[in-house]
Design a protein around this ligand. Structure first.
Ligand SMILES: [Zn+2]
Length: 293
């Protein structure tokens, strides 16, 4: 008998790649993307960073994992097609659990030997770029968010089971970056990916891992995101831009012809495109200025 394997596509759905850089003489950082496999702006950012790091002297150690959830990447879904779990609710995982639990366990173990962790995600095609941090609980995260220099920094709700949340609880210095794109359909916002790669470059220069000029970027801290939901089925039409600042009372759009206004001054994190919304669907996300809290 003879058995031959025929590979019709090289994408593996049960393994992930780790790209390692550096001489180990300095800080250690893990940069992860694709925990939600359809969040392709994040995956593209990680791939841009891998290309950048290939031509740089790295004083320290950097691990980049561009596709943390290969099965959900291949199926372009947030959750795994194996067990329909959202992996970013189950860290630190379980070596004897379902496929997503096992994968979370392996990712968790692979990211334990670093001091810093940046997990890159997407917040939808109607979203904007921002850093999410547990800066109220861990004030030292403010300095790291400033090192990234992404202008909008938002306090995370701290949902348990997230890679960055559980990492912070173990004493690691972990942040999330949210980027526009991803859902639906796994689309890439190429400009956002390029800007995020620049932010990661700034961050690595600030940590002393890469060589380069230090740039001082102005960041603003905001509280948790407040989500404005459609109260019943109806037509939402946007009249603002995601990523823009807003004053209290600022017109975000209309719902069934009635104004939808910002409940406080802050930043518009998400704004739905024009669509018929059903009850409970998001029309907008707004985060208040930290100083107003
Ligand atoms: Zn995500």
């Amino acid at each position: 008998m003879n058995i031959r394997e025929v590979i019709f596509e090289p994408t593996s759905v049960t393994s992930f790649s780790i790209h390692e850089f550096g001489d180990g003489q300095g800080p250690s950082i893990a940069i992860t993307a694709g925990v939600h496999g359809d969040e392709q702006t994040a995956i593209h950012t990680a791939n841009l960073l891998i290309k950048l790091l290939g031509s740089q002297k790295v004083s320290g150690r950097i691990k980049v994992i561009p596709i943390c959830n290969p099965a959900s990447y291949r199926s372009r879904t947030r959750c795994s097609p194996f067990d329909h779990l959202d992996m970013n609710r189950f860290f630190p995982g379980n070596a004897e659990g379902s496929p997503t639990m096992q994968l979370a366990d392996r990712l968790w173990k692979e990211t334990r030997d670093v001091e810093f962790l940046v997990d890159i995600h997407c917040c939808g095609v109607d979203g904007s770029t921002y850093t999410l941090a547990l800066y109220e609980q861990y004030p030292e995260m403010k300095e790291l968010a400033e090192a990234l220099g992404i202008p909008v920094v938002i306090q995370s709700g701290g949902q348990a089971g997230q890679l960055f949340v559980e990492s912070c609880h173990t004493g690691q210095k972990a942040l999330i970056i949210e980027l526009p794109g991803g859902q639906p359909g796994g689309v890439i916002n190429a400009k956002a990916a390029e800007e995020c790669c620049e932010a990661l470059n700034r961050y690595l220069i600030r940590l002393g891992v890469l060589e380069g000029e230090l740039h001082q970027s102005q960041v603003t801290f905001y509280g948790r995101i407040n989500t404005l939901l459609a109260p019943h089925p109806g037509l939402f039409l946007p009249l603002a831009t995601a990523g823009a600042r807003c004053d209290k009372g600022h017109l975000l759009g209309t719902f069934e012809g009635h104004p939808v206004i910002a409940p406080f001054s802050g930043v518009i994190t998400n704004l739905s495109q024009a669509r018929y919304c059903f009850a409970g669907e998001r029309m907008a996300g707004v985060a208040p200025f930290e100083k107003d809290l």
